[in-house]
Design a protein. Structure first.
Ligand SMILES: Cc1ncc(COP(=O)(O)O)c(C=O)c1O
Length: 419
C-alpha cells in the first residue's frame, strides 16, 4: 500500500523550501482577523489615512495624459520622474544622490528579497538585529544563510556586542556579507539607533568589510524626539531602503533602493529576473500625487493620528499591565514592544488572549531566528482608534496578570522547600 503523504511533491522541492514552514503563530493570527477580535498584531496603517480622492484625481490625470505609457512595461530602474522625487526626498535627510543612484522596487520588501538574492549563498554569514523584522528574516532565510543575531536595547543595536561577534566570526574565517538594521522606530521594538552607535556601526563596516543595509520605512513617521542622521548620509557605501507604504499607501507597492552603482547593477539584474519592472501605472500615479498634492501635509495628519494612538496605548499599558512588565516608548513608527517577566512565554499566552479575551498581538519569538520561547510581544498602535486600544490593552492586561499569577503559583509549587 502506498504511504499517504499530504504533499506528494515533498521530495522535489529545493532545500530552501524547508525554511518556509507555516508557523503556528501565523495560524493563530489568521483567527485574529475576525471582526470580534481587537488586533494589535498587524503592521498596517489605518486605511483612513489613504488619500483616496487625491489618488482618484491623480489616476485620472495620468490616464488622460499618458495612459498608454502607464499601461506599458517600464524600465527596470523605474520611472525617472518618480526617481527625481525620491532624489529630493533623500536630500531632505541629507543624502546626496542622483536618479542613477536609485532604483524603484515593489515595496522595500522586494528590495530585501533582491538583496538576499545577490549577497547570500548557502551557508554565508549575515548579521541581523535580535529581534528583527520578520519579512526580512523570511526574505533572507530562503537563501539559506547562517544567521547571526546581535541584541538591541533602548538605544538600538548593541554595537559593542556586534564588534565582539565580528571578531569571533573573522577568527573562524567567516566573512559576514551584511548587517541588516532598521535604525528608526524599529519594527518590532520601536527604538531608534543613537548617533554614536551609528558611527560605530559604520566604523565596523569599514574595518570588517561588510555592507550595511539601512531599512527605513518609518523615519518620516516621527512624533517627538530628535532626528538621528541617516546611516546613508554618513557613508555612501550604505544600502538605503525607502518605501511609500507608510507615508502614502502600501497598496501602490512601491519602494526604492539607493546604493553604490556596482550593487545597483546587480540588483537590476536580479529585478529583471524577478518582475522585469515595477508597475508603470502605480509609479506614474504616485509621481502625479507627489507633484500635484501636498503629500507632506498628509503625512503630518497621519503623524497626529498615530501620536494620539501611541499615547493611548502607553497610558493603557500603565493602567492595566502588571507592574513587573516593561515596554518601549517609541518616538515614532507603529509599534510598542512589551516585555513580561522572564519565564513567561507570550507565544503560549496568545491562544488564551485570542480565545478568552478576543485580543491579538505578535509573540516575541516570531522576530528571532531559532528562538522557541520569549516573554515579549509586539503591539501595533496605528490601526485601532484610541478607545479600541484602551479596551484591547485592558483585556490583554487581565490575561497577562492571570498568566503571571499562574506562573508564580507553579514556581512556588516547584520551589525546593515546598510540600
Ligand atoms: C522594517 C520593514 N521593512 C520593510 C517593510 C516592507 O514594506 P513595504 O514592502 O510595504 O515597503 C516593512 C513593512 O512593514 C517593515 O516594517
Amino acid at each position: 500500500m502506498t504511504e499517504f503523504r499530504f504533499d506528494q511533491w515533498l521530495d522535489l522541492y529545493a532545500t530552501r523550501v524547508s525554511q518556509m514552514r507555516s508557523s503556528e503563530i501565523r495560524e493563530m493570527l489568521a483567527v485574529a482577523t475576525r471582526p470580534d477580535v481587537i488586533s494589535f498584531a498587524g503592521g498596517l496603517p489605518d486605511t483612513r489615512v489613504f488619500p483616496v480622492n487625491q489618488i482618484v484625481e491623480s489616476t485620472q490625470r495620468v490616464m488622460l495624459r499618458e495612459g498608454h505609457e502607464a499601461l506599458q512595461y517600464g524600465s527596470s530602474e523605474g520611472h525617472e520622474a518618480l526617481r527625481r522625487h525620491i532624489v529630493e526626498m533623500m536630500a531632505e535627510i541629507d543624502v546626496e544622490v542622483g536618479v542613477d543612484d536609485i532604483i524603484i522596487t515593489d515595496g522595500a520588501q522586494q528590495a530585501l528579497e533582491l538583496l538576499g538574492k545577490i549577497f547570500i549563498g548557502r551557508g554565508d554569514t549575515i548579521i541581523v538585529e535580535a529581534p528583527s523584522y520578520v519579512g526580512a528574516l523570511q526574505a533572507f532565510t530562503s537563501y539559506e544563510p547562517d544567521v547571526v543575531s546581535v541584541p538591541l536595547d533602548d538605544m538600538g543595536l548593541r554595537t559593542d556586542l556586534l564588534a565582539e561577534k565580528l571578531e569571533e566570526l573573522i577568527k573562524k574565517g567567516r566573512q559576514p556579507k551584511f548587517v541588516y538594521v532598521v535604525p528608526n522606530f524599529h519594527n518590532p521594538v520601536g527604538v531608534t539607533l543613537v548617533e554614536e552607535r551609528r558611527r560605530e556601526l559604520i566604523e565596523l563596516s569599514g574595518k570588517y568589510g561588510f555592507v550595511i543595509i539601512e531599512d527605513d520605512p518609518y523615519g518620516r513617521i516621527r512624533f517627538d524626539g530628535e532626528e538621528e542622521p541617516s546611516l546613508r548620509s554618513m557613508d555612501e557605501n550604505v544600502v538605503y531602503l525607502g518605501t511609500f507604504s507608510k507615508i502614502f499607501a502600501p497598496g501602490m507597492r512601491l519602494g526604492w533602493v539607493a546604493a553604490p552603482r556596482a550593487i545597483l547593477e546587480k540588483l537590476i539584474f536580479a529585478k529583471q529576473a524577478a518582475n522585469l519592472c515595477s508597475s508603470s501605472f502605480s509609479q506614474r500615479v504616485t509621481e502625479e500625487y507627489l507633484s500635484a498634492f501636498d503629500w507632506r501635509k498628509n503625512v503630518e495628519v497621519l503623524i497626529d493620528l498615530y501620536t494620539e494612538r501611541r499615547d493611548a496605548m502607553l497610558s493603557a499599558l500603565e493602567e492595566f499591565f502588571p507592574e513587573e512588565a516593561t515596554w518601549t516608548h517609541p518616538n515614532g513608527g507603529l509599534f510598542i514592544w512589551a516585555t513580561l517577566p522572564d519565564g513567561l512565554d507570550s507565544g503560549e499566552m496568545l491562544a488564551e488572549a485570542i480565545r478568552e479575551a478576543k485580543v491579538a498581538y505578535v509573540p516575541g519569538r516570531a522576530f528571532y531566528v531559532g528562538v522557541e520561547k520569549n516573554s515579549s510581544m509586539r503591539l501595533n498602535f496605528s490601526y485601532c482608534p484610541p478607545e479600541v486600544i484602551y479596551e484591547g490593552i485592558k483585556r490583554l492586561g487581565a490575561v497577562t496578570k492571570h498568566h503571571l499569577a499562574l506562573y508564580r503559583s507553579l514556581l512556588r509549587g516547584y520551589s525546593p522547600g515546598s510540600k
